[in-house]
Design a protein around this ligand. Structure first.
Ligand SMILES: [Zn+2]
Length: 448
């Protein structure tokens, strides 16, 4: 069985299955992964402490003074912790020569903080736990509640696969059961403004065998595009409301012909839809995903594999709107494209998906972290003039120069979790044997 982010069910309808064992032992990616393991991931807990993420968990658990309140500018601060836990878990699963005791200790410490912060009914998002309780599930556009839940589920699956321990998986199951009891036909019929729960629910289904989670993922995929979010409320910033395409609520996935809106939202949604198609054999959904991947790849992807060319709303632009110097190309969007592409490679068995994954890995993704592993890019333009900070994004303050962390720190732990789980993306197997998708010295096994 694969010890990586995707572990298909026995009956999955895919052309290929992830390798059952994979290790990268040399070359470019081994060097980058070593820096990730020795510098980036170990620095994570301290970064999260300084940014207030861990204080939020302690406060929600009642272990900190109530007046400390919620720290951070965004309701999804918890997801940075979850993504770090996922990254560190994949790192533990990877083993290696270095003793992993300190990393294992940090994983258990942060997993303990997450566990203690969970409410009695399974709810876990400190932004709402530390604010008025009545706002729970009431702000689907910007609340990121199911987004955070999704990252918790993925962290828990990684932790379970890496350690075999049930603790964090139990937290995820309680959270998923609450989501399942809250959302669905005849219950709360809206979707989250930021997709992510879809792919996470499918993986939790794969890990637990609980079919309800797969069904709920399918519900969320098909419910989007039915207008439950619509144009949305203003987010408080000046300017127009984002519009339904921003969160892909303008058209159902299986009817869509073009990728649109916020790039990370679009691609997390498509990765989740590919997971649903893989487990259900839904041919209509699969055809839509092929169509959308082709639209993205042929008209909306930079040479670097970067996607989401517009600074405005971090969104896909029009076809061929791919400015080199004004490219937004968020690091997370490159990662999301890799998530989507790998799922399509498994689903179809076609090499073109892994070819784009390769281009993105070496360019639009690798640019997101410095060689020393300590500084990060959020925005990845293809061209930066020396000492010219006019490219600095006016609203977010994001610069074309790498910085140690961000006010909105989605990208760094996202890079960490992809590098830590990278062996998973290198090879697959089928009845004929093993397929290598990327060039990376290592050992790979398929079958079983
Ligand atoms: Zn990001």
């Amino acid at each position: 069985m694969s010890t990586g982010p995707i572990r298909l069910s026995q009956g999955a309808h895919t052309a290929l299955r992830p390798a059952t064992a994979a290790r990268i032992t040399g070359g470019f990616w081994a060097a980058r992964r070593r820096v990730n393991a020795e510098v980036s991931v170990p620095q994570g807990p301290d970064r999260l402490e300084r940014a207030g993420n861990l204080a939020n968990l302690r406060a929600a658990a009642g272990a900190a003074p109530a007046q400390s309140g919620f720290r951070g500018d965004f309701p999804f601060q918890d997801s940075d912790v979850h993504k770090w836990l996922e990254a560190a878990s994949w790192q533990l699963a990877d083993g290696g020569e270095r003793p992993a005791e300190e990393l294992a200790r940090q994983v258990e410490r942060l997993a303990g903080l997450v566990t203690a912060a969970q409410a009695e009914d399974g709810y876990l998002q400190t932004h709402y736990q530390l604010g008025p309780d009545a706002r729970r599930w009431a702000e689907p556009h910007w609340g990121h509640e199911l987004y955070c839940a999704g990252h918790l589920l993925q962290a828990a699956v990684a932790h379970h696969r890496a350690t075999g321990a049930d603790g964090l998986l139990d937290v995820a199951v309680r959270c998923a059961d609450l989501v399942d009891a809250t959302f669905g036909p005849g219950r709360n019929e809206t979707v989250c403004g930021h997709p992510e729960i879809e792919t996470a629910l499918v993986e939790l289904y794969r890990e637990t065998g609980e079919r309800r989670y797969l069904d709920l993922a399918g519900y969320f995929v098909d419910r989007r595009g039915q207008g439950s979010l619509g144009d949305g409320p203003a987010d408080g910033s000046p300017g127009p409301r984002p519009g339904a395409a921003y969160w892909q609520d303008h058209i159902p996935v299986r009817e869509a012909t073009a990728v649109a809106g916020h790039a990370v939202r679009q691609l997390y949604l498509l990765a989740g839809a590919a997971d649903v198609a893989a487990e259900t054999g839904d041919a209509g959904l699969r055809d839509a995903l092929v169509r959308l991947w082709e639209d993205m790849t042929t008209t909306k992807t930079h040479l670097t594999g970067g996607v989401g060319s517009r600074h405005e709303l971090e969104s896909f632009g029009d076809a061929y709107e791919l400015p080199p110097d004004r490219a937004y190309a968020e690091t997370c969007a490159a990662i999301a494209a890799i998530h989507f592409g790998w799922r399509m490679a498994l689903l179809t068995g076609e090499s073109r998906y892994s070819d784009l994954v390769e281009r993105t890995l070496f360019n639009g993704f690798a640019s997101g972290v410095s060689i020393d592993g300590e500084r990060w890019l959020y925005v990845n333009p293809l061209q930066v003039r020396q000492d010219d900070d006019s490219r600095k994004d006016a609203t977010s303050g994001r610069s074309a120069h790498r910085t140690p962390w961000f006010r909105c720190a989605c990208c760094p732990p996202n890079v960490m979790r992809l590098l830590a789980s990278l062996p998973h993306y290198m090879a697959s197997g089928d009845a004929q044997g093993l397929q290598l998708h990327q060039y990376a010295s290592g050992s790979y096994e398929a079958g079983g």
